[in-house]
Design a protein around this ligand. Structure first.
Ligand SMILES: CSC[C@@H](O)[C@@H](O)C(=O)COP(=O)(O)O
Length: 382
């Protein structure tokens, strides 16, 4: 059975609630843009292409049920306003913004055609959204096929198998099907040329552990789940041939925004001379922006880091145990012990602390330079 993040038939849209995976395969029905927006914000559905697909299809479902209007101008305004609600849900991934722009222009153009009616405009918008599903699936198969061939030519021109490391989830669950970076891995597997896959857990929200590992197991693709911090070691000790990741947005100079952790993977890959690829459809490209500095980076709620499945795993700022180092008054040579944690520096710090307590000395240079560190530590709120 094909793994489907999105189930659509005219007038009906369902998404696989990805927050419940891998324990439960639960499909949730979405009948409005508002519901889709909430599902996208909550990450029940995620991945740049899937966000755009669910957003546009939720509008199609509303239009099918008769929303928008009365009158052409009101219908076009409804389409534009609903789409802009969706764009704001996850701002970094550009696919939704691009689809919104195209759909809004298309609706306005259609409304100006001779003989246009509410019905014709409605139909066009619905068809546009429906076509996106088919196009995304086709694009992903091409990305997988071309990506796999290119990767083999570059890393293993004389034949043999390759080992690929990937980050986050870019598979069937993030798209209409097959996936982008994970599509390349799927194609390599189908060609019989995949030795092994390493997928990172992808903290804080574990899309690698919960979703990519699930897809790989589901399709019996040889793979090992690793912690994010194991990537460099895997490159050195496990013969990683290439790193392939997806993209939330690629801008004109090639700068790419993707799941946190992608940048450090790129640096580590470069350090080890391992090719690093971004596999993405043109719907993830934003040529209006010149460099990555202009990309709005989404900030998520802190609970995604501090909690696991609703259970707090990080210390609360106000119940950190009062460790001597944290409460020692006022500004002891605390930075010194952190900077040079060895027996002689500990002895030096202890002596300095005793001298200061007895009022014998003022603050030395080491203490001054430890100030920002101490501030940072004490004020971190997680
Ligand atoms: C084909 S998915 C492309 C990207 O959206 C993907 O690499 C990614 O970072 C997904 O992040 P997520 O936060 O889970 O939506």
């Amino acid at each position: 059975m094909r793994l489907e993040a999105i189930r659509y038939s005219p007038g009906s849209l369902q998404i696989l609630d990805q927050l419940q995976l891998p324990e439960h395969c639960h499909y949730e029905t979405l009948s409005s843009v508002q519901q889709a927006r909430e599902a996208i914000r909550a990450m029940k559905v995620r991945g740049a292409p899937a966000i755009a697909l669910v957003g546009c299809l939720s509008l199609a479902v509303e239009l099918q049920a008769g929303a928008g209007g009365p009158g052409l101008a009101a219908l076009v305004a409804f389409v534009r306003d609903q789409l802009s609600l969706l764009v704001a849900a996850r701002p970094t991934a550009v696919n939704m913004a691009r689809a919104a722009r195209d759909l809004t222009h298309m609706a306005a153009r259609e409304a100006e055609l001779e003989g246009a009616t509410e019905e014709t405009v409605r139909e066009r918008v619905i068809r546009f959204a429906e076509d996106m599903l088919e196009k995304d699936l086709k694009d992903n198969r091409s990305i997988g096929d071309l990506g796999a061939r290119h990767l083999l030519e570059q890393t293993n021109p004389r034949g043999g198998k390759v080992t690929v490391l990937t980050h986050c989830n870019t598979g069937a669950l993030a798209t209409a099907g097959y996936g982008t970076a994970l599509g390349v891995i799927r194609s390599l597997h189908e060609m019989g040329r995949l030795e092994h896959t390493f997928c990172t857990e992808t903290r804080p929200y574990n899309q690698g552990a919960r979703l990519t590992a699930f897809e790989l197991v589901y399709e019996k693709i040889p793979a090992t789940l690793i912690t994010d911090s194991m990537a460099a070691a895997a490159m050195v000790h496990q013969g990683v041939s290439a790193v392939v990741v997806g993209a939330d947005r690629v801008v004109a100079n090639g700068d790419t925004a993707n799941k946190i952790g992608t940048y450090q993977l790129a640096i580590v890959a470069k350090h080890h001379g391992i090719p690093f690829y971004v596999a993405a459809p043109s719907s993830s490209c934003d040529l209006r922006l010149e460099t990555g500095k202009e990309i709005v980076i989404e900030e998520r709620p802190s609970q995604e880091l501090t909690d696991l499945n609703g259970v707090r795993i990080a210390a609360q700022a106000n119940d950190v145990p009062r460790l001597p180092a944290l409460v020692a008054p006022p500004l002891p040579a605390f930075g010194g012990t952190w900077r040079r944690d060895n027996a002689s520096s500990r002895r030096r710090n202890l002596k300095a602390r005793r001298r200061r307590r007895s009022g014998a000395v003022g603050r030395g240079k080491a203490v001054e330079s430890s100030l920002p560190r101490r501030r940072a530590l004490c004020s971190s709120k997680s």
